[in-house]
Write a protein that binds this ligand. Structure first.
Ligand SMILES: Cc1cc2nc3c(=O)[nH]c(=O)nc-3n(C[C@H](O)[C@H](O)[C@H](O)COP(=O)(O)O)c2cc1C
Length: 335
């Protein structure tokens, strides 16, 4: 019997396949199907810094001013006691997931600046989250801000969240750092128990008819898993914390490659949106069949075996490979 058990953020998971944050994990009607399809854990969609700040502003504003005086202004804010106020509804979601599911429930906080809102990390843990995933989704457009400023801010934020909670903390990152390895080490020192590589940044598009800038949500493709693969292979053994792969995991082959590169878990959102939660079973079956064929008994045996530190020629993961790749182009053979 192949053993798919893995350890992620210090938690023992029955499988390295994790349903990552998105509409599928945000729909309570699908939770049992996700669990029955073999997921090792589930990451709920994010609670955003903006939602928490907005809620705090609404509460503070109402307390300060009295609701009758600024009735019109307050009509733009959510009803304070309404169950669908962002943070309150989110806490209820975490509690419900924790009650209904046997697999670990990871709650997600999404924000970029240190501040009072990080206290919510504790509320999420108190609501029953087994771990917190902090998503540092950020778009730094101010040209006076340096990369050192940004990195300092992220480290401070991770330290603040860490100080709030005793459950494990994962940090979800973008791939766009000049020295990602150093950032990873800094985040680990700041208290991250794991890194989720990577956020997929959503780039806007331009409509050539209307000249409007349009947000375009496109699901990922398998090709996108090569970016987390590259960095997980490089970080495996270079950091002590867990590594989760996110982006472009659509089939068992994608998942296996990321495990071979060194991922502790492999996350998927787009594939579950396309095919439904049961797609996890198809991915798992592929992994099991592949392992049986090659006589691997456990995921831990294969994990990291094709990482940078374990391949005969580590330069395949470095700049040297770039020279080889561009000189491998033969007219008519590549599309
Ligand atoms: C519709 C949609 C909603 C998402 N919502 C969240 C979210 O709330 N928080 C988060 O951290 N990531 C969110 N993600 C990102 C996914 O968790 C994942 O990191 C990303 O889609 C890349 O993985 P994939 O290639 O498997 O889709 C969302 C993705 C999609 C497509």
């Amino acid at each position: 019997m192949t053993d798919l058990t893995t350890t992620y953020l210090g938690l023992t998971l029955r499988s390295p396949l994790v349903a990552s944050a998105g509409p599928v994990t945000g729909d309570p009607a699908l939770w049992e199907r996700i669990e029955a399809s073999g997921a090792g854990a589930i990451v709920l969609p994010s609670l955003f810094e903006e939602e928490i700040e907005h809620d705090a502003f609404a509460v503070g504003f109402a307390a300060d001013q009295g609701t009758d005086q600024f009735g019109e202004a307050l009509s733009y804010l959510p009803e304070l006691d309404a169950p669908d106020v962002g943070p309150a509804r989110y806490l209820a979601l975490v509690e419900q997931a924790r009650d209904r599911l046997g697999i670990p429930v990871i709650a997600s906080l999404n924000g970029t600046s240190p501040g009072g809102w990080v206290r919510y990390a504790k509320h999420l843990a108190d609501a029953g989250a087994h771990a917190i995933e902090l998503n540092l989704y950020d778009v730094v457009v101010d040209p006076t801000i340096t990369s050192a400023d940004v990195e300092r801010r992220y480290v401070e934020l991770v330290e603040e969240v860490r100080a709030e909670i005793s459950v494990p903390l994962a940090v979800k990152l973008s791939p766009w750092f000049t020295a990602l390895g150093n950032m990873a080490v800094q985040l680990e020192r700041a208290g991250a128990d794991g890194l989720v590589l990577f956020n997929r940044l959503y780039q806007p598009d331009i409509d050539l008819e209307s000249l409007d800038v349009v947000p375009r949500l496109q699901l990922s493709t398998s090709a996108e898993s090569r970016l987390p693969l590259h960095w997980i292979a490089n970080l495996y053994g270079a950091v002590g914390c867990s590594l989760a792969a996110s982006s472009g995991v659509h089939d068992g082959g994608d998942a296996l490659k990321l495990l071979l590169a060194g991922a502790d878990v492999v996350m998927t959102t787009s594939a579950l949106l396309r095919h439904g939660p049961e797609h996890l079973r198809t991915i798992e079956r592929f992994i099991r069949d592949w392992m049986i064929e090659r006589e691997y008994d456990s995921v831990s045996e294969l994990r990291g075996s094709v990482s940078r530190r374990n391949v005969a020629e580590p330069q395949v993961y470095e700049r040297a490979n770039y020279y080889q790749v561009i000189h491998s182009w033969v007219p008519g053979t590549h599309r």
